[in-house]
Design a protein around this ligand. Structure first.
Ligand code: NAX
Length: 328
């Protein structure tokens, strides 16, 4: 029998947490043969609700769930953690400036990064979901100098999945007919979903679509503004789809991408495709044996270049702002 994997989830009492924990405990995160210990980190006001969720987890009698620990202390939550899903964050409230948002989140992600640095297992893999995800990941990564930088990732898989679904609808295919789609840049309205290298049933997606106006005026804004459209329709932000994307992100990271395909992950740039080294930006990546590589050698046309550059510029501005605040 395998040793249980320690999975830490922050913001466990929130709506994404509620959609996420049951799927982790039932084996969707790591595999149907991998037992897990859950560590739930909440702020003091969230502890009681987290306990309620833990009661429900118990009541599912999941064979793979070996233990649940609930705490408001990051050092306890990340002790021996193999996988950390950083979901809890400070949302933007009315009238809040970007600087206020970044500094409030710095107050969360800097100490969590340090607690990961000091307590997590050597093979720790971190996924930041809480927004602004890329820059929160950068803050946590900078606070964890003893952890390899590539272990800190930010979630753009929900954007990737949204793009798959929109492209399948447009081309009258199913998501499993589509490969090699890419989300570039920031998980924000500037993100760039790129279909120029994607394939639909083996044919180039941009050629199949053959409609640059649809791309520019419908596809890209629909994907980039999907979060707002969900809030408008549901009266609450994406939760089950966000949890699903977090599961997909970690599952792919651990278990590998399919031959001939890739995925999108926010990762520390090595300077590829003109993205300044050190920024946490979304790239096309392949994964194997728990490691990932940026897909190299893609030809970036003018249409794509302008959009990638705009999103990367936003990431640089966020980085400069958190640097000025002393958060990195
Ligand atoms: P909720 O407000 O429902 O839950 C957040 C939870 O985090 C709360 O229970 C809160 O008590 C807890 N929390 C706050 N500070 C904490 C801290 N320092 N340590 C531990 N827990 C803490 O939000 P929810 O809808 O679950 O969304 C969570 C985050 O995901 C938000 O930042 C949201 O913007 C972000 N999202 C990111 C997405 C992505 O694609 N990267 C998509 C979905 C989602 O919008």
């Amino acid at each position: 029998t395998r040793t249980p994997v320690n999975v830490t989830v922050t913001g466990a009492a929130g709506q994404i947490g509620y959609a996420l924990l049951f799927r982790i405990a039932s084996g969707h995160l790591l595999g149907s043969d991998v037992p897990v210990n859950l560590r739930l980190l909440e702020i003091p006001q969230g502890l009681k609700a987290a306990e309620g969720t833990a009661m429900e987890l118990d009541d599912c009698a999941f064979p793979l769930l070996r233990g649940i620990e609930i705490t408001d202390d990051p050092n306890v939550a990340f002790a021996g953690a193999n996988v950390a899903l950083l979901v809890g964050a400070r949302p933007r409230t009315a009238g809040m400036e970007r600087g206020d948002l970044l500094s409030a989140n710095g107050g969360i992600f800097k100490p969590q990064g340090k607690a990961i640095n000091d307590n997590a297992a050597d093979d720790i893999k971190v996924l930041v979901v809480g927004n602004p995800a890329n820059t929160n990941a950068l803050i946590a990564q900078a606070a964890a100098p003893d952890v390899p930088a590539e272990r800190f990732t930010a979630m753009t898989r929900l954007d990737h999945n949204r793009a798959l679904s929109q492209l399948a609808k447009k081309t009258g295919t199913t998501v499993s007919d589509i490969k090699r789609l890419t989300i570039w840049g920031n998980h924000s309205a500037t993100q760039y979903p790129d279909i120029f290298h994607a394939e639909v049933s083996g044919k180039n997606a941009a050629e199949v679509v053959n409609d640059e106006q649809w791309l520019a005026d419908t596809f890209i804004p629909t994907v980039a503004k999907r979060g707002a459209a969900i809030i408008e329709a549901r009266g609450a932000s994406s939760a089950a789809s966000a949890a699903n994307a977090a599961i997909d992100h970690v599952h792919t990271w651990v278990n590998g991408t399919a031959a001939g395909d890739w995925t999108s992950m926010g990762i520390v740039s090595d300077g590829s495709y003109g993205v300044p080294a050190g920024l946490i930006s979304s790239f096309p990546v392949t994964t194997k044996d728990g490691a990932f590589e940026i897909v190299q050698g893609l030809d970036i046309n003018e249409f794509s270049r302008a959009r990638i550059d705009a999103s990367v510029k936003e990431l640089e501005e966020e980085r400069d702002a958190v640097r000025a605040l002393g958060l990195i």
